[in-house]
Design a protein around this ligand. Structure first.
Ligand code: SF4
Ligand code: SF4
Length: 174
C-alpha cells in the first residue's frame, strides 16, 4: 500500500466518525424477560407437606425415549410430615447428555415430582457434570424458577377444554 492509499484510508475512517449511526444500541442494561417456552434441565421438588414428592414409581424411567432416567424405588414408609404410608425414591439419576427435552417424564409423573427449569441450557466441561444425581436434582429445586408445566397440568391440557383446565398456562407455550 502506498502512502497516498494510507492517507485515503485514514480520510475514509475520519469521515465515518461523523456519519449518523445506522445501528441501534443493544439494550445491554435491560434484562429481557425469558420466553415462556424456554426451559432446560430438571429439578425434583418437595410436595406441599415438605416431603420429597417422588414416590419412586419409575413411570418417568419407562417412558423416557432416550432411556436416560434410572430410578431405584425405596420401601413404603410413613411420611414424617403427614404420618401416611407412601412410596419413596431411594435413588434417581437423569443423564442430561442425551435428553431431547420432550418433557414426557414431567407429563407422566403422578406426583408432580419432576419439573423442568426456566434456564438456558447449561454447558459442561465434562460429561459427568451433566449427569443429574438425586442430590443435584433436589438442589435444583431452589436454583431457578420452574416451568409452569407439571404432570397434572400437562395431563389436564389433554382433556377437552384442556388449556382452560391448565389455568390457561399453555396458551402462550407448552
Ligand atoms: S425430557 Fe429428557 S429425560 Fe425427560 S423423557 Fe424426554 S428425553 Fe427423557
Ligand atoms: S419423578 Fe415422578 S414418575 Fe419419576 S419415579 Fe418419581 S414419582 Fe415416579
Amino acid at each position: 500500500m502506498s502512502l497516498s492509499d494510507s492517507f485515503a484510508a485514514f480520510g475514509i475512517g475520519f469521515r465515518n466518525l461523523f456519519r449518523p449511526k445506522v445501528t441501534a444500541p443493544l439494550p445491554w442494561k435491560e434484562r429481557r424477560p425469558r420466553a415462556e417456552r424456554y426451559r432446560a434441565t430438571f429439578a425434583l421438588v418437595h410436595d406441599a407437606h415438605g416431603d420429597e414428592a417422588c414416590i419412586g414409581c419409575k413411570m418417568c424411567e419407562k417412558i423416557c425415549p432416550s432411556q436416560i432416567i434410572v430410578v431405584t424405588g425405596g420401601p413404603k414408609a410413613e411420611s414424617p410430615n403427614t404420618g401416611k404410608k407412601r412410596g419413596w425414591c431411594a435413588d434417581f439419576t437423569l443423564d442430561l447428555n442425551a435428553c431431547i427435552a420432550c418433557e414426557l417424564c414431567v407429563q407422566v409423573c403422578p406426583a408432580d415430582a419432576i419439573v423442568m427449569l426456566r434456564v438456558q441450557e447449561q454447558p459442561g466441561f465434562d460429561r459427568n457434570e451433566l449427569l443429574l444425581t438425586m442430590e443435584k436434582l433436589y438442589a435444583n429445586e431452589k436454583l431457578a424458577e420452574a416451568s409452569w408445566a407439571d404432570g397434572s397440568k400437562l395431563i389436564a391440557m389433554q382433556e377437552p377444554g384442556g388449556a382452560t383446565a391448565a389455568g390457561g398456562a399453555g396458551e402462550g407455550g407448552a
